[in-house]
Design a protein around this ligand. Structure first.
Ligand SMILES: Cc1cc2nc3c(=O)[nH]c(=O)nc-3n(C[C@H](O)[C@H](O)[C@H](O)COP(=O)(O)OP(=O)(O)OC[C@H]3O[C@@H](n4cnc5c(N)ncnc54)[C@H](O)[C@@H]3O)c2cc1C
Length: 596
């Protein structure tokens, strides 16, 4: 094999395709034989193989021959075949001046269980043979249970007998799902609804319940100035993208309305004003018994699976203890209860905490005419919202970027602990900091402590490991740098009747104190909603395991028949599919292979 030219010409495209074909043929032979001894024919010594259900039955990132060997052996038992390059995406070569060229290819294959989509990145080794430095495989569909989308969509014609769209038939179908759901999803935010949409296409009867009166109230009830921090291209829900008229940054009420419309357009079964008041799980039958309370009317259902999609941060506020709060004459409220209130104009408000919520609320208060002081407890990573879009997101999620489905697949192909991926992330974070330099310098001048995140890896890493510790700037940083929002750093000694006294003796006047101090996490919500017996069986939820995979979300939670779903819109769109496939497989008695 020869090293292709760096430049993309028609000739080199053919050559790249040849390289890809040759590698794919070799991979097919190694996997179909389960030939662990041939690892070195297709992988470099320190390669990564990330697998999302297809071979491991779980979400796994495996590194080097010792870890990847069992996956190759498992592949040998799964009847792999039909290795084919993805005709929609040509093999693409990228190379820097010093870095070796990397050839990225997208392909598909089939196992006895289902169809698999894959991405590989190949580099030429010293012997001029191309080998994979990273491989992603993901289970796309289950044989015999393909989603009812595209060519398999419902017909809709009365002659077909399906009667979909018929309101009467719709109500009949809904009643059977409401009375005998196979899955109950608690929480009708984007996570719960997106999962329900996937389950529906797989023919699973799912009922979503939400304590709010209307779908979307979780967004509508937030403060007025809130807009999503990610651009529209990153935020599409499964099966129903935002229209091209949609604003780049979605205002919160429109997000609420969109969720409501989504549930209606996809005919999802949602019961609002509903909470779970009691739950038991029968291990012998693998069945739950849940009492659902809808405005005082209790209704018992017996699903096989329960999914908690009530928001990763959890619904229980994290409230630090301070001396003297009983003496304070003003109002102390947690960020979760904060709403815009014009009556705060001209009053003094202290916001404690400098994550996204603290910044956003400080900005909202400033816009309401309050005298705002933001209190910083520890360093915070700050990055400009448009900077993130331009540097990080635009190539994958922008007006001219590849289709969302392709960007999602390629995005998933970077194992989080892969040093090359981490170096790339650090370089992007450094580049963004350079672009934001004037703003960051302005913050420094005001005494705001900022950093580049843990290991200089920015916001996504903080989100995955701590679910906080960063601010994606949509205006508050400029207000701080310009002194429109006061900044105080340090430790609070005590509350006095009308102020906060700092340990260095400073006095910060306050009529209201907003605690933007976070929430206890979804594991605590599981304990409150489903009880200790369930929560005790679940491992840590969120954060990364030893392989860099998110713990307990969209994968086995530790308790049979119980799952967590959550994350931002991008992650939920990508990973809810795997959760839906795991539930469908369980309902159909399909066993996934597993590896140590
Ligand atoms: C300022 C700001 C900007 C943001 N920007 C973005 C962005 O650009 N992109 C993005 O992806 N995310 C963004 N987020 C994060 C966003 O809040 C989460 O991504 C999103 O809310 C998570 O969705 P979810 O469906 O997992 O949970 P939620 O949206 O929290 O929905 C959970 C649902 O569960 C219901 N519920 C809770 N407890 C119960 C119970 N016991 N019984 C029944 N129902 C219950 C709630 O009523 C709610 O409807 C932003 C957040 C903030 C504060």
């Amino acid at each position: 094999m020869t090293t292709p030219e760096k430049r993309d010409t028609a000739g080199s495209n053919d050559m790249l395709t040849d390289v890809a074909h040759n590698w794919l043929e070799e991979l097919g032979q190694v996997l179909s034989r389960g030939d662990t001894g041939s690892y070195g024919k297709v992988f470099v010594p320190d390669a990564w193989w990330r697998d999302l259900l297809a071979f491991s039955g779980d979400l796994r990132s495996l590194h080097t021959a010792d870890a990847i060997g069992p996956m190759i052996a498992t592949a040998g038992t799964l009847g792999v075949s039909d290795f084919e390059l993805d005709p929609r995406v040509l093999p693409a070569l990228s190379s820097g001046d010093t870095a070796p060229p990397v050839l990225q290819i997208l392909f598909g294959l089939t196992t006895r269980v289902g169809n698999v989509r894959a991405v590989a990145r190949l580099i030429p080794d010293n012997d001029d043979i191309w080998r994979a430095t990273a491989l992603l495989t993901e289970l796309d569909t289950l044989h015999g249970h393909e989603p009812a989308t595209g060519h398999r969509r419902p017909h809709g014609n009365p002659e077909s007998g399906e009667r979909t769209g018929d309101r009467h038939a719709g109500r009949v179908r809904e009643a059977s799902t409401v009375d005998e759901p196979e899955v109950v999803v608690i929480g009708a935010g984007h996570s719960g609804l997106g999962l329900a949409a996937h389950l529906k296409t797989l023919g699973v009867r799912a009922l979503v319940v939400d304590r709010n009166a209307r779908i979307g109230d979780n967004w509508r009830s937030r403060y007025d100035s809130l807009v999503l921090h990610d651009p529209v291209w990153a935020n599409h829900l499964p099966f129903l993208p935002f229209p091209p008229t949609w604003p780049v940054f979605t205002p919160k009420d429109r997000m609420g309305d969109w969720l409501e419309l989504y549930a209606r357009a996809l005919e999802l079964n949602v019961r609002t004003g509903t909470t779970v008041t009691s739950s038991t799980y029968d291990v012998s039958t693998g069945t739950w018994e849940l009492d659902l309370d809808s405005c005082g009317q209790v209704h018992t259902v017996r699903p096989r699976h329960v999914v908690l999609a009530t928001g990763l941060s959890g619904t229980e506020p994290l409230v630090p203890e301070f001396e003297g709060t009983d003496l304070f004459r003003g109002e102390i409220l947690h960020s979760g209860r904060y709403r815009t209130d014009p009556a705060r104009a001209g009053t003094s408000v202290v916001v404690i905490g400098t994550g996204n919520s603290g910044h956003d609320i400080a900005q909202d208060l400033y816009l309401s005419g309050a005298n705002v002081t933001l209190m910083q407890r520890g360093p915070t990573y700050v990055v400009g919202g448009t900077t993130v879009v331009d540097v990080m997101l635009e190539p994958a999620y922008g007006e001219d970027s590849p289709p969302t489905e392709i960007s999602d697949l390629v995005g998933a192909s970077f194992p989080r602990f892969d040093e090359a991926a981490q170096d790339g992330l650090r370089a992007a974070v450094a580049l963004m900091a350079e672009r934001d330099r004037p703003l960051l310098d302005g913050l420094t001048t005001r005494g705001f402590r900022h950093n580049l995140g843990d290991d200089d890896m920015g916001a996504m890493n903080l989100f995955l490991t701590r679910n906080g510790g960063y601010y994606i700037d949509v205006g508050a940083s400029r207000l701080i740098a310009d002194g429109e929002i006061e900044l105080v750093s340090g430790t609070i000694e005590e509350f006095t009747p009308d102020a906060l006294r700092m340990s260095d003796g400073r006095r910060i006047p306050a009529d209201t104190v907003v605690l933007a101090t976070g929430f206890r996490g979804i594991h605590d919500t599981a304990r409150r909603v489903l009880g200790d017996a369930v929560a005790d069986k679940c491992g840590p939820v969120w954060g990364l395991d030893d392989e860099g995979e998110v713990r307990s979300v969209w994968r086995r939670s530790g308790h049979d028949g119980f799952w967590f779903s959550g994350g931002n819109l991008t992650m939920a769109r990508v990973y809810n599919k795997y959760l839906a496939l795991q539930i469908k497989a369980d309902l159909e008695g399909i066993e996934f292979s597993s590896i140590p």
